[in-house]
Ligand binder design. Structure first.
Ligand SMILES: C[S@@+](CC[C@H](N)C(=O)[O-])C[C@H]1O[C@@H](n2cnc3c(N)ncnc32)[C@H](O)[C@@H]1O
Length: 375
């Protein structure tokens, strides 16, 4: 069975997440007229019997998951149990043959109505349905008679999961303790950081040594792990406690501690965090400010990794978001510390060397995600 992923805003990060969690050589599909925001697993995918399909609710970087349709769309719909069918189509075919989503769906409706079926089409002016449109029309794969199909030229896939963007917003807004200064880590990015650690067994302990208001901890618990948070600031530890208690979570431990010298309790199965990102900026920092920030943030992350190195076992994954700053040339400049990190006893993942940057358009401080493993 072939799976298909509709990738999020930063496709390279989405693909890295799928590969870290499920393996299988996921890669982006491209045509000569452009790359699609879609990924397929490669040929190395484990056999059908052993491959566990990705679960959409635990993937921060995937918007929709689909599975290849093993019959023609009309046959698929004709085989559905009686009752009204809702159809949505997202057409990702190469540009020369791409139609609007509605046009494809209306074509199917016409045939089905002739066969006596009652059909509603999710109308859309674009070629593909947005995540919100799919979700709000119930096309999330949970109701067998509400179906979204993805068309890529002559191939058809059926959507089996849609990212619940409303659930992310709800749990983000529900947190009673917030702090605009430490920034707001989006829950889906917290999930990505945890997933980039690779598969972990249930109940594993995830350490966030820069836990702030506790978004990584919250997502770790929701994913079935035990959360261990430390932070330099007593106020932040109070905030994390307030937030985690609000969700009635019990499976966590919190301590005040400087990540550059703290002694953590064992065991530590994985480390996932958004580290210290330096000062927030609303405009591009001048050269002096930039060098100052670079120096301060490098010292914190290297100090932390040096301290951590002797406290974790071989192969423990460490995923950290560190800052990269927008410069006048409109490119992000990263911290140039990967060789020093390697000297501290970590294997540096190839993706990390290439750069996995997470940012919104024109954001001054981007998050540069680095993936390490203790040597
Ligand atoms: C960018 S924030 C992390 C925000 C967090 N992801 C959240 O969900 O709110 C960085 C955090 O690192 C903490 N911090 C800065 N330097 C530190 C150090 N040396 N040791 C531990 N924590 C530190 C700050 O207090 C702040 O809470």
């Amino acid at each position: 069975m072939r799976y298909l992923a509709v990738l999020g805003r930063q496709p390279e990060i989405s693909i890295a997440e799928l590969n870290a969690l499920y393996g299988g050589g996921w890669h982006k599909i491209s045509f000569s007229d452009g790359a699609l925001n879609l990924a397929l697993p490669g040929s190395e995918i484990p056999s059908e019997d052993t491959f566990v399909p990705p679960a959409i609710e635990r993937l921060g970087g995937t918007l929709k998951l689909a599975v290849e349709l093993d019959k023609k769309p009309i046959e698929y719909f004709m085989d559905l149990p009686e009752g009204k069918i809702t159809i949505g189509v997202s057409d990702y075919s190469r540009k020369s043959s791409r139609k609007t989503a509605s046009a494809e769906a209306l074509k199917l409706k016409k045939i089905l109505v002739r066969h006596g079926r009652s059909v509603r089409v999710v109308e859309n002016k674009e070629a593909v349905l947005s995540t919100a449109t799919s979700l709000h029309n119930g096309l999330s794969g949970k109701n067998e008679r509400k179906v979204e199909l993805i068309k890529i030229d002559d191939e058809w896939f059926r959507v089996i999961g849609v990212q619940d963007i409303d659930a992310y917003a709800r749990r983000d807004q529900a947190r009673p303790a917030r702090d605009a200064k430490v920034g707001m880590l989006p829950p889906k990015l917290a999930q990505i950081l945890i997933n980039l650690c690779g598969p972990l067994s249930n109940g594993s302990t995830i350490l966030d040594p820069f836990c702030g208001t506790g978004v990584v901890l919250q997502e770790a618990i929701l994913m079935g792990y035990r959360a261990y948070g430390t932070d330099l600031s007593e106020r932040m530890i109070e905030y994390s406690k307030k937030n985690l208690t609000h969700f009635k979570f019990k499976n966590f431990q919190l301590e005040v501690g400087d990540a550059t010298n703290h002694k953590w309790a064992q065991p530590i199965s994985a480390v996932a965090c958004e580290g210290y990102l330096g000062k927030p900026f609303s405009k591009i920092p001048n050269e002096m400010e930039f060098l100052e920030q670079k120096q301060e943030c490098s010292a914190t992350v290297l100090g932390f990794l040096k301290n951590l190195s002797s406290q974790i076992k071989k192969d423990v994954p460490v995923v950290i978001a560190i800052p990269a700053w927008l410069r006048e040339n409109e490119k992000y400049e990263r911290l140039d510390i990967l060789d020093e990190i390697s000297d501290l006893g970590y294997n540096v993942n190839i993706k990390t060397r290439e750069g996995l940057l997470y940012y919104r358009k024109s954001q001054i401080v981007a998050r540069d995600i680095i993936i390490l493993r203790k040597k």
